[in-house]
Design a protein. Structure first.
Length: 145
């Protein structure tokens, strides 16, 4: 991990852990009740309870594709003021199916964390690429017809 404070490093270590273990309690602790989500398809307000309800199905989908792990490769933070920090994150998603070569998918995300009393929460999450399109482009998902 590159340039990040202890609090931000620790937060994203927990983020990584929660995605690898599908710890819904830990995931829930990292978001407020509503937050902004943005990707190439636009931005929208997302309700935490909706995201949490969809995660088990999403995890099953990823496991069917051979998902083995998600890893934070690097962090680069910029403090906006005393409470808000913008964090650029590089992720590695590892996929492997029996009798196939492993596929590593590197993705970039940008987060704005609100930190109050040492407790960060994700208030804005931006995914540079559409996740399913990225998986298609790297051969994890079949190309659409």
């Amino acid at each position: 991990m590159n340039t990040a404070s202890h609090a931000v490093k620790e937060f994203f270590e927990q983020y990584e852990l929660s995605r690898n273990t599908l710890d819904l309690g830990l995931i829930a602790s990292q978001y407020p009740d509503s937050f902004m989500w943005a990707d190439p398809n636009g931005a929208r307000v997302v309700e935490k309870h909706v995201v949490l309800a969809s995660l088990p199905r999403g995890q099953e989908f990823l496991k069917a594709l051979g998902h083995k792990f998600t890893k934070v490769l690097s962090l680069d933070e910029t403090w906006l003021d005393d409470h808000y920090v913008l964090v650029r994150v590089k992720f590695l998603w590892g996929f492997e199916k029996a009798s196939e070569q492993p596929i590593d998918v590197k993705l970039d995300g940008t987060f704005i964390l609100y930190i109050n009393n040492g407790s960060p929460k994700i208030i804005f999450q931006h995914e540079r690429e559409d996740f399913q399109q990225a998986l298609r482009a790297r051969g994890v998902l079949p190309a659409t017809q």
